[in-house]
Design a protein. Sequence first.
Length: 637
Amino acid sequence: MKRFFLLAGLAVTACLFLASCGASYKAGTYAASAQGRNGKLTVEVTFNKDGITNITIPEHSETVVIATPALEQVPANIIENQSLQMDAITGATFTQMAIQNAVADAIAAAGGNAATWRSAPSKAVTNAGKTIEKRADIIVVGGGGAGLSAATAAIESGASVILIEKTAALGGNTLLSGGVMNAADPEWQKGAPVDTGEPEELRGWLNMDRSTFPPEYRETFDVLCGQIRNYLANPSYLFDSDEFHILNTYLYGRRTGRDGSDIYSDFALTANMAKNALDTVNWLSSKGIQWQETVSEPVGAMWRRGHTPSMPKGQEYAIKLGKLVTEQGGEIMLKTRATKLIIENGNVVGVNAQQSNGTPVVLHANKGVVLATGGFGNNTKMVQEYNNYWESIPDNATTTNASGSTGDGITMALEANAALTGMGFAQMMPVSDSRTGDLFTGLIPRFAANYIFVNKEAKRFVDEGAARDTLAIAAFAQTDGMFYMIADAEIAEEAKWLTDPEVEVANGRAFKADTLEELGSLIGIDGATLKAEMDKYNSFVDNGNDTDFGKSSFNQKVDMAPYYATPRAPAIHHTMGGLKIDTDAHVLNENGTVIPGLFAAGEVTGGIHAGNRLGGNAIADIMVYGRIAGKNAASGN
């Protein structure tokens, strides 16, 4: 007992406000499990006759960084207070509840009353303290990818930085992403073979009518056409260019709202992102980010240009940039929520905030404030309020978003008369968990187009390589608004970049069988129809032509046992609209002029993705504009 408390840095007085006083437990260590956010979480709880003396967590599949506060704090709190009551750990509530539920089962196994532990008072002090007041050159609001890149760039430029994050861990939505960053990198991409259909897709661009592009995009289109003609003389490698990235973003982002309004990407912002993406990849490399060798194409990317970090999901950005910020003198304040911008004579000069225990915080900025608070995908009412695209957003809509994505930055900036753009367009992630909305359950595609999507009637219903909103609209039209991603052994092998297929099967979030007929029976669809559908699809791969849905790029058959199915359905994923910024990341007011001292980057902004975002463009956006915002704020420009 003493050894545990020395390691944990805790001082505990036995039987003070303890649920265990008066109770007697069967001494020993008891194992119990509960469902966490990503899968089974197991605890081992050691009791003496008076209560709990030790808690370890030998097994879990929670996301590192996001779950770390709960994994560290919850066991310590339970032991210190001999109670299952404690304040919610923002951003890690699923993990917190899993630990508490598992420990409750262990308490029952040891002869205790878990209900008593749940109602026992906690000694944890949650009263607000005295106001904390600090000053730095730059105040960064938000600890996701955009905020971390902004803080890193500002420190690199010689500025002092305080970064505040309202949850208990760094990372935000970046941690819940695949981490893939789009950047045209022709020299690297020349090492990738051509996929079936890619040259034909490029020829299609040559047949497009130049006049259908907005005037500001036409010169870029002309340059691209010249590049494609040169490439098609010897199409032996994966083509790409900044111009193609710009026009992909434009073409697949242009949409019409329910009110008939037309929206497309702001050319200056989009070109700035695409042309700075590769340099930012190299900048991130200099900060310790390591990249996998394979060129990725996440769901709805529309082309293979994705750079994938060596660690799963977006963990590497949070871990390495977060460490860099503190090592280079920056200060990070977690569980500190910004509530209001401090504005003097029209200039933004700081931020009022509040810590999770109610302590007021006042932060003064010598040079500027960077808003990097993310979007509002975890604020369903706000999504519903602005919606101008989807037929409806249900009150119980699931989301892939982190708990902090509630639109705080937008709300605060409106008080500074900031302008908004594109707020009516929220993206659905079509391949989310059909029960929870989580993105990283089941088999997760690095190359989404390799998977086959079938409905409950065992039929394909869409080009799997289509844009995200196209996929989501098609999915909503299926029975129960859900479908299955089908994979074979070879496709499942590449899914190991993010999840272990066998663990997902064991957790009931994927299904596995030796034949397609058996797989159909497992998931409740007709196995013979599924087999026939896969045979037909394989013939399309052989012929290089999908006569059912016109799939443009594919080279992977589904013909190697065992076979897998992952149940999927759309969930709120990304809000395209937000604050209006210029290419220097200044926030603009309704007159189009700069709000002095206010910068923004990432999903809190709008203008780049228009009505539909390409997979892999979110990380490009947050890293490019986070870096720009930090650098310009530090320089006072």
